[in-house]
Ligand binder design. Structure first.
Ligand code: ZN
Length: 273
């Protein structure tokens, strides 16, 4: 089959870490490339992965939390300064179009002045943004991408994404707690890239603030239930929030799921075959 690769660009959280940049993944299907979420350092990791920075022009946002979007201006404008051409497409939940219009306004000075000295055109910095509804929103060149709602409440809407290509499929959970729609859309998929919260109440989680953040994400036992019910072929944790201890996360996931499980690290590559 043609190339169907996922590169984890960032597996971190809002907390600064030297070895985990903000959440972001690169999906390559045939000759198409998509970035899912744009956390801190996304473009730096695109570069480190050996992917030409000017080859990125399609971005999917799971939700508009800053840890999933702060890397966007760099991903959008720096390649443009190096002669990236054509539409820069961005899909995401309601609010995406508004955010992108405001970013264009915020960076208007750069977009207006750089063409004066860099031999590039302002039109190539235009963002083509779309607020999408749940369902299939991309179906071209054999690549089908479906958005589905997940439960990151009170952060609504928040999406997960499923990418189907040549009979293979991967799902990105986005940020979510336990939800049936994630099980439904992950049924029998090859890989589920999933968020998880590893904190333990009354052991590592004490403050009300910590508890509230923890509730925005899956507990390892619940993630395992989802992996088991959906009958996925491989689970990969890519966004381990709030006092996550890797060994503890694995142990707790194993209480409800015995199948293949990996802990994602930045620049890890998965070939779906
Ligand atoms: Zn979030």
């Amino acid at each position: 089959m043609n190339k169907f690769n996922i590169t984890l660009l960032g597996t971190g959280t809002p907390r600064l870490q030297a070895d985990r940049y903000g959440p972001s993944s690169l999906v390559e299907a045939g000759d198409e490339k998509f970035i899912i979420d744009c956390g801190r350092g996304t473009l730096q990791r695109v570069f480190e992965s050996g992917t030409p920075i000017t080859s990125i022009g399609k971005v999917l946002l799971t939700h508009l939390h800053s840890d999933h979007t702060v890397g966007f201006p760099d991903l959008w404008l720096t390649p443009w300064a190096f002669e990236r051409k054509g539409d820069f497409q961005v899909w995401g939940p309601a609010g995406t179009e508004d955010m992108m219009a405001k970013l264009e306004a915020a960076f208007a000075f750069d977009i207006e002045t750089r063409p004066l000295h860099d031999g590039i055109e302002a039109k190539d910095a235009a963002i083509c943004a779309e607020d999408i509804r749940p369902g299939v929103f991309y179906d071209r060149k054999g690549i089908k991408i479906t958005a589905f709602e997940v439960d990151h409440s009170p952060v609504n809407p928040a999406y997960g994404y499923r990418v189907d290509y040549e009979g293979k499929s991967v799902v990105f959970s986005g940020d979510t707690n336990y939800c049936e729609s994630l099980i439904e859309h992950s049924r029998d998929v090859d890989i589920l890239f999933c968020n998880v919260s590893g904190g333990r109440e009354n052991i590592t989680i004490h403050s009300e603030r910590d508890k509230s953040i923890m509730k925005l994400h899956l507990m390892p036992e619940d993630a395992g239930r989802i992996f088991d019910k959906a009958n996925i072929k491989l689970a990969v944790y890519i966004h381990m929030v709030q006092h996550s201890d890797i060994i503890d996360i694995i142990d707790r996931t194993r209480q409800t799921y015995q199948g293949p499980l990996k802990i994602g690290n930045d620049l890890m590559v998965f070939e779906v075959e």
